[in-house]
Design a protein around this ligand. Structure first.
Ligand code: SAH
Length: 388
């Protein structure tokens, strides 16, 4: 099966860009088979597939003419496993990403490891249709993974989460990261209770960044940053999230680490409401962690990182002690590192405080990226020391 690309589309593929977009195809004709992508003269460019996703309509798999089959996937998985060599050596971290889509040579599929279980996330129906070969190849390379769940991340009537093969995982499934325990649930919707891309930031908190400090964790979800801070010696953590489920989830994360949740603060509240509440009560903190979703809507207001991050920073500055730290994080792919930094620093300038960028984080190495696909390198975390 062949599909012809436009001049522009061919150029992108030749330069290594892995994502095919609608406008790159000469004819808008999809296929559920592996395809040979050709240039305007019919010349071979790459092997790939077409599958409609949230972004794009297909992925390049290989720049040489070859069969896409079980042997191809086995090779991809072997290379991916080798890349994670040091995670396998490290007994203090048992949950990490095994296969990161285009960063590991095949866009449309992500596989995470939780102790001895896998979690497959499928981003388009075409690749999902090849599930049998892919899963068989995975089991060949990762025989120690005793069971796996799958998440459907494309429009479909399939359940969004279900057992894919093997043994069910216990609920919760306790995993380790930097020696800290996290309670995860592999079959509760699309999320598991922990975002594995923040392991290095949590690692910094565990290793002393929050030692002896009071920590405010905004958009706290299951409180992963709070637990890391508390385990790293924070005197008290305060977790704030709009979702009611965040209270039992956060309590559980403290409990599985032997911390009494009653010694910590957990609020179900809108972040912007909490800022007002804390100001009224004159509450101040040494460290504020800001890790909002890219977009969020509540009754009163729509929040987007691209538009409103500066407000979050300004409000956080108000809640800091005379000296303090802000950990500013975003996963918004539409905001460049430069824009993000600019937004943060403009807010500091507006607040007239002295600031110093002390430490930055991007994706950890298990979230392999493709240098030709910068939008895959989405995580930006900037730490600032502030003096008022
Ligand atoms: N920082 C978390 C992940 C955040 S996920 C971690 O490291 O694990 C985004 C969270 O923001 C969700 O739990 C969601 O409930 C919460 N959220 C969205 N809008 C919010 C708002 N306006 N105020 C407080 N929390 C909000």
């Amino acid at each position: 099966m062949k599909r012809q690309l436009t001049m522009q589309g061919s150029k992108k593929v030749r330069q290594g860009y892995p994502l095919i977009q609608q406008e790159d195809l000469v004819k808008a004709e999809m296929s559920t088979d592996w395809v040979e992508l050709t240039g305007p003269q019919g010349e071979f460019l790459a092997m790939g597939y077409l599958g409609k996703q949230n972004k794009g309509i297909g992925w390049v798999l290989s720049h040489t003419k070859q069969a896409i089959n079980e042997a191809f996937f086995i090779h991809l998985f072997q290379v991916a496993k080798e890349k994670r060599h040091h995670y396998y050596q490290d007994a203090t971290t048992t949950a990490f990403r095994l296969f990161n889509g285009e960063g590991d040579g095949m866009g449309g599929l992500i596989i995470d490891l939780y102790q001895d279980h896998g979690v497959f996330s499928w981003y388009n129906e075409t690749l999902y249709g090849k599930k049998k070969e892919i899963v068989t190849a995975f089991q060949t390379v990762f025989p120690e993974v005793v069971g796996a769940y799958e998440k459907i991340r494309f429009e479909s009537t399939l359940p969004e989460s279900q057992l894919l093969y093997g043994e069910e995982a216990s609920e919760p499934l306790l995993v380790k990261e930097n020696g800290i325990t996290f309670a995860t649930y592999l079959n509760e919707g699309l999320m598991t209770g922990i975002f594995l891309d923040q392991k290095e930031v949590r690692g910094a908190l565990v290793e002393g960044m929050a030692s002896g400090k009071t920590v405010l964790n905004m958009f706290s979800y299951t409180g992963a940053f709070s637990v890391a801070a508390a385990m790293g010696g924070a005197t008290k953590t305060t977790s704030v999230d709009l979702a009611k489920r965040s209270v039992p989830k956060t309590k559980e994360q403290f409990l599985v680490n032997g911390i009494d949740p009653e010694t910590q603060n957990i609020h179900v509240m809108d972040t912007f409401e909490y800022f007002k509440y804390a100001k009224r009560k004159n509450l101040t903190f040494d460290v504020v962690v800001l890790d909002p979703p890219s977009f969020a809507r509540n009754k009163k207001k729509t929040f987007s990182v691209a538009k409103n991050y500066g407000e979050l920073i300004e409000d956080s500055v108000d809640l800091l002690n005379e000296t303090g730290t802000i950990i500013a994080s975003t996963n918004a792919a539409n905001v460049s590192p430069k824009q993000f930094k600019q937004m943060i620093e403009s807010a500091f300038e507006a607040k007239n405080v002295t600031f110093k960028n002390s430490q930055n984080y991007t994706l950890p190495s298990d979230f392999a990226t493709n240098p030709a696909f910068p939008e895959g390198d989405y995580l930006k975390v900037y730490c600032y020391n502030i003096k008022k």
